[in-house]
Write a protein that binds this ligand. Structure first.
Ligand SMILES: Nc1ncnc2c1ncn2[C@@H]1O[C@H](COP(=O)(O)OP(=O)(O)OP(=O)(O)O)[C@@H](O)[C@H]1O
Ligand SMILES: [Mg+2]
Length: 511
């Protein structure tokens, strides 16, 4: 801007040929001399009458030996003025001089207006870039400490500050303190371990008031940290709270400029406080996310434990049914046989009755064995996973007319928790096909794809509508089991189009 005003002064000076040309610029609604041609003479800060008149009426004014023209935006906002001065020996300004000066004023107006606009756009661009990088940092899901460090570095650049620090609030039953681990200055982080109670130092004041704090000269402020003052050249300082939506102070930000550099304004403080609010949302989210992850892990462990207990219990009941109750039934059957042998020929009715009892006992024993098998297929322990699946399939084939194809491809030995889960899933899928699908064919494939194991069970049955599902536990149980193994389950079904259930597990070495 300076060089543009100097160029305007030079050009106007050579066109109008006065003794002196002064360009005034509007700073905070006050006109101040910015450029003077020739520059040797001393210019007073007073605004001459001609200049005051020309910016009031927005047209050229001649007062004594001074010709003034305003520099204005297209919306008539005053950006400055040009004053051409002649001494007593020179001729008066002619009409042509005034017209020429008006032209210079107009050209200067559009040039300054454009330059200001360009400057504002550059500033906006910088702000946008910083806000974007601020947002990117906030969205990175970093640990709160790491996020605050990045924000301090980012905003230092954007604020045109020289350094800063940040800290998080540590809460105990009795008090809240701010803790800080580093101080950023001259493009690098320095060790700076501090704790402030409420009211101690600038962060402590912010902790107590929950309000931003501005300091003109950090060195002379009674709340300044003496160590920082001795190590760094710190002038203007701003400290703001990091406050969440529940008005809880989670931490603070502090920025510094060196002595002699422009001071931070309350506008800066308000802007930084709103950045603090955004950071607070990210801190809250990160903490929530962490506690959610922890809870999830706890639930998973608990469910896994529960499923393991369930499997153990099933094993136990199956053994009991087989070894205890089964043996009792077999014993009963033998004694019935003995009893039947003791009966004489004229006790045919009683013999028939005993025979009938014997058949019912055989039926009950078979059912019991079947139940025990369902509870805990012995083959999974004894023969391994593939044989257990194949045996399960041949059982179903025996009882139904289903055509079932099974394919194993590069299937490794998996941890027993995975094998049990997959076995139960195949079992539930097949039970569902028999119960609901009215299918004629089922394809089961267990295939290794890269580092993943994929189980797929597809039938050509009537399919089902997800929205119309009610009450069953089978599909829910499958999802639960897969979730516990960190796997994926995909259930595809449409009325009349059959059903495909695919489970994908990441390879984990067998225990
Ligand atoms: N292969 C399939 N073909 C057609 N419908 C199916 C199939 N699998 C599941 N369904 C439908 O989805 C519903 C839910 O299945 P899910 O296994 O969750 O429960 P269920 O079999 O009804 O009862 P549970 O498994 O608790 O004994 C079933 O009632 C059925 O309507
Ligand atoms: Mg079911």
């Amino acid at each position: 801007m300076e060089s543009l005003l100097a160029e305007i002064a030079r050009q106007g000076h050579s066109l109008i040929r006065p003794e002196r040309t002064i360009v005034y610029s509007n700073f905070d609604d006050r006109l101040r001399p910015a450029v003077d041609v020739p520059s040797s003479s001393k210019v007073s800060d007073e605004v001459p009458e001609g200049v005051a008149l020309c910016v009031r009426y927005l047209k050229p004014c001649v007062v004594d030996r001074s010709l003034c023209v305003p520099i204005v935006t297209t919306q008539n906002r005053v950006l400055g003025a040009i004053e051409f001065l002649r001494d007593g020996s020179s001729p008066d300004f002619s009409t042509q001089d005034i017209q020429l000066a008006e032209c210079v004023g107009q050209v200067a107006s559009s040039a300054v207006d454009r330059a200001r606009l360009f400057f504002r756009i550059e500033e906006w661009k910088r702000s946008m870039e910083t806000l974007l990088s601020f947002n990117a940092t906030v969205n990175q899901r970093l640990e709160p400490e790491a996020m605050l460090h990045e924000l301090v570095t980012n905003v230092t650049g954007f604020l045109d500050a020289d350094g800063g620090a940040s800290g998080l609030a540590l809460r105990s039953d009795s008090e809240v303190v701010f803790q800080c681990e580093g101080f950023y200055f001259a493009d690098r982080w320095h060790a700076f371990h501090r704790r402030w109670k409420s009211g101690e130092g600038l962060p402590g004041v912010v902790l107590r008031t929950e309000f931003p704090c501005l300091v003109e000269d950090y060195r002379t402020d009674s709340r300044a940290d003496r160590d920082l003052v001795s190590r760094f050249d710190l002038g203007s300082t701003v400290c703001v709270p990091i406050k969440n939506a529940r008005e809880q102070v989670l931490g603070f930000f502090q920025w510094h400029r060196r002595r002699g550099r422009p001071e931070f304004s309350w506008q800066d403080a308000a802007f930084l406080e709103s950045l603090g609010n955004t950071a607070a949302v990210a801190i809250d989210n990160s903490r929530l996310f962490k506690s959610l992850e922890l809870k999830n892990a706890q639930i998973k462990t608990l469910s896994l434990h529960h499923v393991q207990r369930l499997e153990e219990e099933r094993k136990h009941i199956a053994r009991e049914l087989h070894d205890e109750t089964g043996q009792v039934l077999i014993g009963l059957k033998l004694r019935l046989k003995i009893l039947s042998g003791l009966l004489t020929g004229d006790q045919q009715d009683a013999k028939d009755e005993l025979h009938e009892l014997g058949s019912q006992l055989s039926g009950a024993t078979a059912k019991l064995k079947d139940l025990a098998k369902r509870l805990r297929p012995p083959t999974l322990d004894e023969l391994g996973f593939e044989s257990a699946i194949r045996q399960l399939v041949s059982e179903i084939r025996r009882h139904t007319k289903l055509q079932i194809d099974v394919e194993f491809h590069s299937w490794p030995e998996l941890p027993s928790s995975s094998e049990t889960a997959l076995f139960r899933i195949v079992q539930e899928c097949l039970t569902n096909v028999v119960k609901h699908a009215q299918a004629t064919r089922v394809e089961i494939s267990l295939v290794t794809q890269g580092h993943r194991q994929v189980l797929r069970v597809a039938d050509d049955g009537i399919g089902f509508d997800f929205d119309a599902l009610s009450g069953g536990l089978g599909l829910i149980g499958m999802r639960e089991r897969v979730r516990m193994l960190d796997g994926l389950i995909d259930v595809q079904s449409q009325l009349g189009q059959g059903t495909v259930i695919a489970v994908t597990l990441k390879t984990a070495r067998a225990e």
